[in-house]
Design a protein around this ligand. Structure first.
Ligand SMILES: NC(=O)c1ccc[n+]([C@@H]2O[C@H](COP(=O)([O-])OP(=O)(O)OC[C@H]3O[C@@H](n4cnc5c(N)ncnc54)[C@H](O)[C@@H]3O)[C@@H](O)[C@H]2O)c1
Ligand SMILES: O=C(O)C(=O)C[C@]1(C(=O)O)C=C[C@@H](O)C=C1
Length: 308
């Protein structure tokens, strides 16, 4: 494939940054890959994995002269990165991110962006519960959505180029308003993780059930929750703090519906339970039919516990 960019700078080289690096290298999407991350130890890991051509702990020197800069750090670190890279950005550069929340990332980064660059927030809907440069793999974004939440005055050419980039990684690209993105993701991604953290925490706290019993008898339903609950604590702390309003709104709805389910169980309302379980089963079928479970083979390899 023809390189789409001369120099790509990857700021943050964990699961997402390193998966991008692997695909960029494999597909020949850049002449040069520059990698930057805050910690020297993580940078050394990236270098050992040969993920880039140049390595630096200075985000500014990585961004200097780059045509595409992809920020892949926990969302709470977005402003700090924006402040560091802003003075080094070359005119016409495209700056994007992969953060799981969008309104907050825009609020943190946009005010620091110079007038002559193109800041296009993005979010690939692909990942696993693993983190760090060793957890990444080529093909993570294949068949998955990447959502852009462009600012109103975004340059159409820059947008088309970034779209071309993500499509080269195999993603389907969509555009959304950032607030809408945050609400949609609150229900389809953030709440499932919060529920998983909570149920695994509850099981761990149960006084009548020992920890060894939780491990020994964990049925596959519970095991599926433990996968999500093993996700990176820094990333998910930041998601919760930076999508607070949408998450609280969805949690309120969720709690109401849970109370109604609790009531149906208490009063033996079998029809009500059956109706809900039938309705939700069709959602799973629609997802499978729409090909949205394309990740199963990859997740089987990377995310599920081999000892199952
Ligand atoms: N993991 C997923 O499933 C997933 C999916 C889509 C999007 N995202 C988003 O992608 C981003 C990165 O997630 P990840 O899974 O790659 O995380 P990760 O923990 O694997 O990697 C994070 C990287 O950011 C660096 N970093 C951490 N704090 C920093 C700081 N204060 N300043 C500069 N660099 C810092 C780390 O050294 C590391 O290189 C997050 O914003 C996350 O919300 C994650
Ligand atoms: O399946 C997982 O392990 C993930 O956590 C991936 C997942 C998700 O919820 O689907 C997590 C956060 C993202 O921002 C995007 C994708």
């Amino acid at each position: 494939m023809e390189p789409l960019f001369n120099r790509i700078a990857l700021i943050g080289i964990g699961l997402i940054g390193s998966s991008i690096a692997r695909d960029v290298r494999k597909l020949g999407l850049a002449q040069e890959i520059v990698i930057s991350t805050r910690s020297a130890a993580t940078l050394a890991q990236a270098e050992a994995l040969k993920l880039g051509d140049r390595y630096t702990t200075s985000a500014a020197s990585a961004a200097d002269g780059a045509d595409l800069i992809i920020v892949s750090v926990p969302v709470g670190a977005s402003e700090s990165v924006a402040v560091q890279i802003a003075p080094a950005l070359k005119p016409g550069a495209i700056i994007t991110d992969v953060g799981s929340t969008k309104a907050s990332v825009i609020a943190q980064m946009a005010p620091h962006m110079p007038q002559d660059v193109h800041f296009i927030p993005g979010h690939p809907l692909a990942g696993t519960e693993k983190s760090g440069p060793e957890a990444g793999f080529s093909g993570l974004f294949k068949g998955r959505w990447c959502i852009f939440t462009p600012l109103p005055d975004t340059n159409a050419e820059a947008l088309a180029k970034l779209r071309q980039f993500w499509e080269a990684l195999g993603s389907k690209v969509d555009e959304m308003d950032p607030q809408h993105h945050d609400k949609v993701l609150a229900i389809v991604s953030h709440l499932p993780h919060i529920i998983a953290y909570n149920i695994v925490g509850t099981a761990d706290d149960l006084e009548t059930v020992t920890e060894s019993e939780v491990i020994k008898y964990s049925a596959s339903g519970f095991r599926d929750f433990t996968r999500l609950a093993a996700s990176d604590p820094t990333m998910w702390r930041d998601v919760c703090l930076h999508n607070k309003d949408a998450i609280l709104e969805m949690l309120a709805r969720f709690s109401e519906d849970l109370a109604s389910l609790q009531r149906a169980i208490r009063w033996g309302e079998g029809d009500k339970l059956f109706e809900l379980f039938t309705r939700t089963r069709t959602i799973r079928r629609s997802i499978v039919e729409a090909g949205q479970d394309v990740d199963v083979p990859d997740f089987g390899r990377h995310a599920l516990d081999d000892k199952r």
